[in-house]
Design a protein around this ligand. Sequence first.
Ligand code: ATP
Ligand code: MG
Length: 753
Amino acid sequence: MGKKKDFLRKIVEEDLRSGKYSQVVTRFPPEPNGYPHIGHAKSISLNFGVARDYGGRCNLRMDDTNPETEEARYVEAIEDAVRWLGFDWGERTLYTSDYFQRLYDYAVELIKMGKAYVDSLSEEEIREYRGTVTEPGRRSIYAERSVEENLDLFERMRKGEFAEGEHVLRARIDMAAANMKMRDPLLYRIRHAPHFRTGNAWHIYPMYDFAHCLSDYIEGVTHSFCTLEFENNREIYDWILDTLGVPPPRPHQYEFARLNINYTVLSKRKLIELVKEGYVSGWDDPRMPTIAGYRRRGYTPESILTFCEQIGVAKANSVVDVAQLEACIRDDLNPKVPRVMCVLDPLKVTILNYEGSEEIDASYYPHDVPREGTRKLPFSSEIYIEREDFSEHPPKGYYRLTPDQPVRLKHAYIIRCQEVVKDEEGRVVEIKAIYYPDSRSGSDTSGIKVKSAIQWVDARRARKVEVRLYDRLFGVENPQGPEDLNPDSLRIVKEALIEPAAIEEKPDERFQFERLGYFYTDPVDYRDEAPVFNRIVTLKDSWAKKRQKASPKPAKSEAKPSKSAPKEPRSVEMSPEEQARFERYGKESGLREELASTLARDERLSRFFEAALETYEGATTIANLVANEVARELKREEELTFAPAQIAALARLIDEETISGKIAKEVFEAMSQSGEDPEKIVEERGLRQISDPAEILPVIEKVLEQNPDNLRKYREGNERLFGFFVGQVLKATGGRANPRIVNELVNRELKKS
Ligand code: ATP
Ligand code: MG
């Protein structure tokens, strides 16, 4: 793949190399209680991607242990999503509920070992007895029950003899454990609701902590990837498998950061609310961050997988800019889809000196993409243009049609306005124009200069279509709930006009509508006689500009909006200077579109970026620092306390792995307060990440020396102590050791005997 490997792939590789496992087996384990969202896509891409990359397999397992919330239709939605993303999970979908009997047997085994007991405290008492982070908990008196009594009660719980909440099964671990999760965690609870697969066969259901590790084990999973919130559950995962003494090979859990995206909610609970309360039309509403929603909106599987690859897999939580996902679909569609002309708000233009009609050959694709195909564009004396593309009193910099300024009709002729026809209210209802016969696109000998080309359709042959202009569902960066919905997330244009080929030839399902964005034939409502198009995404990021406008202090260079000017609809277009910068940043510095655009559109940021580049060539890291950290600082402060060269130095520290990205934020904060050089801050505060094995090895040796008992246990086969040693080493270095390297070295040292 030629990309930098993430830490999970490194672990997998090492495990295969060392012979710990002969084949990698992963799983994607959704709970069928809602439609999968883009966060699940990250997990799907990771689990299936690792299996694919290392010749293993990935199971699709429904984690169906809560009968109250799960439904078969969600299973289908999950299967659809995984299939649509292009993955294959073998012969059949697996279910935790298939293992209910085996899980029950394992629980009985734990009871017999004295490692699990039936507790009869109330939910509240259980919470109270658990203690706090600073105080140890107490064990329930019911923990004294004999094995026989426990077995009897557990069996009767299963049969449904007790009410919900009357009893639970708990592991007997340690009520004083520092990790609160280890304070006798619950293994089973009573639920009388019918389960969508097992019906009323069961009255007890296993808890996640019990079911997950054992289901992984039963399926021969080797690497069990879950999100960071489960870090503390790992100890239970290991405890259960170790206590039961399951024969190897056994699975291990690894945590990665979950995906968060701005302007988006990704909690199933909140998504369910949007559906149930009718804020959206359903789970597949094109504004929903569900896979079904993106699919209906017109996103391609490729664009979503590219996004997942771009964001990568890391150990620290962060928030991804939704603009990055939008850039992925633009980049995917840009070279692929045919370009056609559609007019959303038609204004009639009568061409006075044109007679008859003709058909103009026009390519569907611009010449710089590797696709070919042309259509015929009907042309006659009556056409429609976009109302916004004519301005009677144009603001400065208006490049389209005005009473004095001609414009090119894309693929066709140049026209000039002769007369503006208005109704009684003074509204423009028609333009009378002339065309220049020798100005036809491709064979223009007219010598007339125009500043832009606009879309148009032939009045007689254009087709009426419905266009749904979707925008971000939420209007704020960190939405909490319905109160943060964007009121303009959907605007329906009932009677837009489109050139006939788009409907009659239908060269594709996705299109670029010239100057308007990318559009998709709605898979549900589209009819040949009543076409419906969904806007997938605009051509450029219109939010980057909005956000700049919303900032309290506009950059000084920003032109004052003229009061008389009508609302300039295409304010998202870049000025020629911005455009030049944008292209340079992409071509020369290799910045992705989004980042390049953010910098190019802002004078101060672009100046800062370019100055920083003079001292260090790591453009991407610098650009990220400038677009995020520096930009935020500029909003707060008029004067910066640091110079471009200092940001360059900070970028270098990150690129060279002297500090982690997380520490970099701390360094930046310090720098913006004191103005000191980042190197100095790193040294003074001792923030340098230790990556040198020569520095780490002595620490490892010391830790091994100090823990002879654990070392012996590890070498006798208690592999879960691996984590213990890594933890001790990291602790001994004050958290500054590079965890990736510590892992590798500890693994190596432990294997030596
Ligand atoms: P939610 O928090 O949205 O309710 P969940 O974690 O309860 O989601 P599950 O169906 O249990 O949803 O998740 C299935 C898998 O997808 C799990 O392995 C989980 O770690 C992963 N997953 C869920 N949300 C995300 C996310 N935002 N980013 C990455 N992985 C995720
Ligand atoms: Mg879950």
